[in-house]
Design a protein around this ligand. Structure first.
Ligand code: GLU
Ligand code: MG
Length: 430
């Protein structure tokens, strides 16, 4: 028995949850008895490749089998599933790292940083809703959560304390350093922050957070939602990334402005990855919300501590405010790295720092100042991705092609759907 097996058995673990992320960033996996740890770390746990979104693998032959090969460093008991330890798997096909596995995509991006002696640390900040199904659709789980300006509300917080404490305890027990939990700016919306970490570990942490939050919300009779914009008249859920570059324990400041310039230059294509749903573009607009503002960026700009810009610069780091809660954290990080490195390689200039409130600056003035607007629909963002060799290159041809195919189908399905808004507006109008 290996030392890891011994340690897990001593912690009461009988099974491994071999977990990976599909192209949509949804956690997938299977249970494998702890006795078979060696197989999980060796060949990996096997899955039918075409049954996983985004692999593009064939139904037959050696390439039909997808193996999630366990990364021993990630093995941790799950407090909400007694006896089970999660282990994160890297995708392998036909004995080689699978280029279309999101975690392998991020590994490749991190390796490109390592070639320059750099590492990236990210702090990923999930915002999310706690919902319930109603006869008419969906509503915040807490009926009494109704303030017009609900940020930091301490009247709703105690009503969700059972869930929030269970979530905190679960994340802490799984090794995360939880920093804060608060009510966000929409009804039923919360945010949990945990400490920043190396880029790959942070993406793994976000997946762990999602696993825990789904399970614990359900146990508390609610639905955990990372839908970007469930309610049109209220803010949506962002997934902000706090980003810093390091070299041997020292921040890499000299290239930061070029890195940011790359992130801005590739913003339209990054949108497709960081805001990957039809619904994402209902968040990425400037407009009034019940609370006064949406706090979501629409302008391709950067500014010191400017929350109305796409990139908010802070001492020693920047906050990338584009991603929403539906983004796959591995793909978003990998795309961010590729865009930033392109800015560094081409010594791009990020343009002047914007100190003004971009939520009120007229479009004409933004245009005159060279400030671009983000894509306004998933279709527009997908066209930008298709045209951007740098961001597509980060994904690799296999995953880029599958991503574009699936997401274009999602857009077409949405565009052809006839919904209540259209019927109400047009049915009796002419
Ligand atoms: N919910 C906002 C968004 O969609 C962000 C709010 C904040 O700044 O924390 O990005
Ligand atoms: Mg927030």
């Amino acid at each position: 028995m290996t030392e890891l097996q011994e340690r897990l058995r001593a912690a009461g673990v009988h099974s491994l949850l071999v977990q990976f992320a599909d192209v949509h960033g949804a956690a997938k996996g299977k249970l494998v008895p702890l006795a078979h740890l060696a197989d999980v770390l060796g060949t990996g746990a096997g899955f039918a490749g075409p049954s996983i979104w985004g692999t593009g693998l064939p139904r037959t032959g050696p390439r039909s089998e997808y193996y999630a090969r366990g990364d021993a460093a990630t093995a941790l008991p799950l407090p909400w599933m007694p006896g089970v330890a999660r282990i994160v798997g890297d995708g392998f096909v036909d004995g080689a790292p699978f280029e279309g596995c999101p975690r392998q995509v991020l590994r490749r991006a991190v390796a490109r940083l390592a070639e320059r002696g750099w590492t990236m640390r990210t702090g990923i900040e999930p915002e999310f809703f706690l919902l319930k199904r109603t006869e008419g659709g969906w509503a915040p789980a807490d009926d009494a959560d109704r303030l017009d300006k609900p940020s930091y509300d301490l009247k709703s917080l105690p009503r969700q304390a059972g869930f929030l404490h269970a979530l905190r305890a679960a994340l802490e027990a799984a090794g995360l350093d939880v920093l804060q939990l608060d009510h966000e700016d929409a009804h039923g919306q919360y945010e949990v922050n945990f400490a920043h970490d190396e880029a790959l570990a942070s993406a793994d942490h976000l997946m762990l957070f999602k696993l825990a939050a789904h399970a614990l919300a359900e146990a508390h009779g609610m639905v955990f939602s990372m839908m970007p914009k469930p309610f049109a008249n209220q803010p949506g859920s962002g997934l902000h990334f706090h980003v810093s570059l390091w070299q041997g324990g020292q921040p890499v400041d000299a290239v930061a402005k070029h890195f940011i310039a790359g992130v801005l230059a590739h913003a339209p294509a990054l949108c497709a990855i960081a805001a990957p749903t039809v619904n994402s573009y209902k968040r990425l607009t400037v407009g009034e919300s019940l609370s006064g503002t949406t706090w979501a960026p629409a302008s391709i700009a950067h500014g010191p501590n400017n929350r109305t810009a796409l990139v908010r610069t802070l001492p020693g780091r920047f906050e990338w405010r584009l991603p929403d809660a539906s983004a796959n954290p591995y793909l978003a990080t990998a795309a961010l790295i590729a865009a930033g490195l392109d800015g560094v390689d081409r010594r791009l200039d990020p343009g002047e720092a914007v100190h003004d409130d971009l939520f009120v600056m007229p479009q004409a003035e933004q245009r005159a100042r060279g400030i671009g607007l983000l894509p306004q629909s998933l279709a527009e963002a997908l066209d930008a991705l298709a045209a951007d060799a740098v961001v597509r290159g980060a994904l690799g041809e296999t995953l880029a092609a599958e991503f574009l195919r699936l997401k274009r189908a999602e857009w077409t399905e949405y565009a052809r759907h006839v919904g209540p808004w259209e019927l109400d507006r047009y049915a009796a109008a002419f």
